[in-house]
Design a protein around this ligand. Structure first.
Ligand code: MIC
Ligand code: SF4
Length: 646
């Protein structure tokens, strides 16, 4: 068996046999995580389920996204989340303690466990042998209440690693190479499982960089074996007790095997505006750079920041470059302070940002007009940085550091000497959980009062599903529409995450500034998209905003996994065109008659749609399993659960 199958097998609910690939599988969730930008909706839903305490082994609520606190909204949300955590037996990681994925890896993750998180980069935990999956907040709420998590049994792709990385080549280059080969939709419906002799040459933070960006492949999750290196990492962070050695059987059968020789890799940069647009850094060398930002849940470990210090030691950031660095966790910050790395970075001229998501989610550090910004992050979707016409290049910390001192894109192998003779001192990890608040015992928890600010509005209900709908296609979008396109983030919009009526005004504004008003006027509509619609973030606001504006179905060539599940949860029908070329024939404002909806959902037969103007008829696949169809028939997950659905 593969390692993925072994862990899934142990967590099966309602059966002891793994289903065929693509079929519905229900698994028990051991741990959950939420962050503040998706957490308020998740806990509002959790409160309505009515359990007294979370039923998981461990649940953690992190504050890391909305830390700008421009007005009362962010902190009101934080206080709500803190009071909910206290009431329901949940750990609380305070603002400043770090980015959820980095902190979870250090303080809570454990090999062989399942983790469900309301953030798409939850798969970071796969770096220590977890099945760690990102999902919408509602799915996480159900898991906290003890419900199983449903997904389609993924295909399992084996990634065979051989060799070792050369100085100047980094874990980021491994995943950028995989993205270049597989594309941002190559992993939909699949798990990437790493194996082979090269695995032993990668540290846990390097593995975590790779599993983190498995999200960009569209994958369900990614996983490394829990081997001696994993055991050593857990020992360093003071948690040896949770270590168990786990790996795939020698004769494990993968759905396909991809081979990567680590020694043959070279530094890569994902060019604007897609994580799979990898180009050799040497081919971009000389390009002028305006900004460099190092951090995010992908590349902000002590080793990453130490590599940066080795390159910038004794030098200064080039005059034309603005550079910032955000350590991933307070643990990381303490370590780099002790090792002297922080001092090197300050002396070199880095702006030191707090341990939070910050610029990665457009909370500050927006580049200049038409700026070139090199970032060690995981997403470079157009506009996500806050500057629509900026070009964001995703690179390793080494490549970022080399550009920061030179002022132009530079192959970090030019600094190979610094990196070879590096003093990557491993400073013993100091366990300092001062910013983590542990769950209260039940008797004390019962007395806690939940604190709600005026911006926290209840989650709106999904509408009932009629048997037929005649509505216009209000927007024809292209391929790879991201959830950032559907519901932007950034300093202006993120504080509205707890207020759907307000946030819905920003729905699809990046693609069509007039969408909101047209949707309000249309009182119901469809959206047409291309391939991989809804890639990126797990934010259910990308389903909630459209739902609130009356979007009843999204017609596409294909969907990203989490967004499709979120649409179903909120009663929006995800339709995949049987014949993708029909996309070309459909246009904005076409009035579409969609009838026999309930029957098609009951019977699992294809959906039939007709354009009113000329009677042009086309079909969409009914690729939904029974449970998804039942949720849609019930008018969304909330009423499905109220009616006893699991
Ligand atoms: C992101 O990287 O886009 C986020 C912000 O972390 C999201 C979650 C969100 O939108 O709140 C994600 O990746 O799921
Ligand atoms: Fe935060 Fe960026 Fe990671 Fe999302 S990708 S969790 S915004 S650091």
């Amino acid at each position: 068996m593969t390692l993925t199958e072994k862990i899934l097998q142990k967590h099966l609910v309602g059966t002891d046999k793994l289903p065929e690939r693509g079929k519905d599988i229900a698994i028990k969730i051991d741990q959950t995580l939420t962050q503040d930008a998706t957490g308020t909706m998740a806990y509002l839903q959790f409160e309505t389920i009515g359990v007294e305490r979370v039923k998981t082994e461990l649940s953690v609520s992190y504050i890391d996204h909305n830390t700008l606190q421009e007005d009362f909204k962010n902190m009101d949300d934080h206080r709500y989340l803190q009071s909910v955590a206290a009431k329901y037996g949940i750990w609380f990681s305070r603002a400043g303690n770090g980015i959820c994925h980095q902190v979870h890896l250090e303080r809570f993750g454990a090999p062989g466990k399942t983790l469900l998180g309301s953030d798409s980069h939850t798969p970071t935990g796969g770096g220590i042998g977890m099945i760690a999956i990102g999902a919408g907040g509602l799915d996480v709420a159900v898991a906290m209440a003890g419900g199983a998590f449903h997904l389609n049994m993924p295909k399992i792709f084996g990634v065979k690693l051989t060799g070792a990385l050369k100085p100047g080549v980094s874990a980021k280059d491994v995943i950028l190479e995989l993205l270049r080969r597989e594309t941002v939709k190559g992993g939909v419906g699949a798990v990437y499982e790493y194996f082979g002799p090269g695995v032993a040459n990668l540290s846990v933070p390097q593995r975590a960089t790779i599993t983190n960006m498995g999200a960009e492949l569209g994958a369900t999750c990614s996983i490394f074996p829990a081997d001696k290196i994993c055991g050593d990492f857990l020992k360093t962070v003071g948690r040896s007790e949770c270590f168990q050695e786990m790996e795939a059987d020698g004769d494990a059968d993968y759905d396909k095997v991809i081979e990567i020789d680590l020694s043959s890799l070279e530094p890569l940069a994902a060019c604007p505006h897609s994580p799979d647009a990898g180009t050799a850094v040497k081919d971009l060398a000389g390009k002028k750079v305006n900004q460099v930002v190092i951090g995010s849940c992908t590349n902000s470990s002590p080793a990453d920041l130490t590599a940066v210090a080795e390159i910038v030691r004794g030098k200064h950031i080039a005059p034309g470059v603005e550079a910032g660095i955000a350590p991933g966790s307070r643990g990381t910050l303490i370590q780099i302070e002790k090792s002297g790395v922080l001092g090197e970075l300050i002396r070199a001229g880095f702006r030191i940002l707090e341990s939070a998501c910050g610029p990665c989610i457009g909370m500050g550090f927006a580049p200049n007009s038409e700026g070139v910004s090199l970032r060690t992050f995981n997403r470079n979707f157009k506009g996500r940085s806050g500057t629509a016409d900026a070009g964001i290049y995703l690179v390793s910390p080494e490549t970022a550091a080399a550009a920061a001192v030179n002022g132009f894109i530079t192959d970090p192998r030019d600094f190979a000497e610094n990196l070879e003779s590096h003093s990557f001192k491993t400073v013993p990890f100091e366990k300092d959980d001062g910013m983590l608040i542990s769950p209260l015992p039940p008797e004390k928890a019962a007395e806690v009062e939940i604190l709600r600010g005026p911006n926290i509005k209840p989650c709106p209900a999904a509408p009932e599903l009629p048997d037929s709908l005649t509505l216009p296609i209000l927007l024809k979008a292209g391929d790879n529409v991201s959830t950032d396109d559907i519901m932007p983030a950034g300093a202006k919009v993120l504080p509205l995450r707890s207020n759907i009526p307000e946030i819905s005004k920003f729905t699809l504004e990046r693609i069509d500034a007039g969408f909101y008003q047209r949707a309000v006027d249309a009182k119901g509509c469809f959206i047409l998209g291309g391939e991989n619609y809804g890639q990126g973030s797990s934010r259910e606001h990308a389903a909630l905003g459209p739902m609130y504006l009356g979007v009843r179905a999204v017609i596409t060539k294909s969907f990203a996994r989490i967004h499709k599940a979120n649409l179903i949860n909120y009663g929006i029908i995800p339709l995949v065109l049987e014949n993708p070329s029909v996309y070309e024939k459909l246009e904005n404002n076409d009035m579409i008659e969609f009838s026999g909806i309930r029957k098609a959902l009951q019977e699992g037969t294809p959906f039939v749609l007709k354009r009113k103007s000329d009677g042009f008829t086309f079909t969409a696949k009914n690729d939904l399993d029974q449970r998804a169809r039942d949720i849609l028939l019930a008018g969304g997950r909330a009423s499905y659960t109220r009616n006893g659905g699991q």
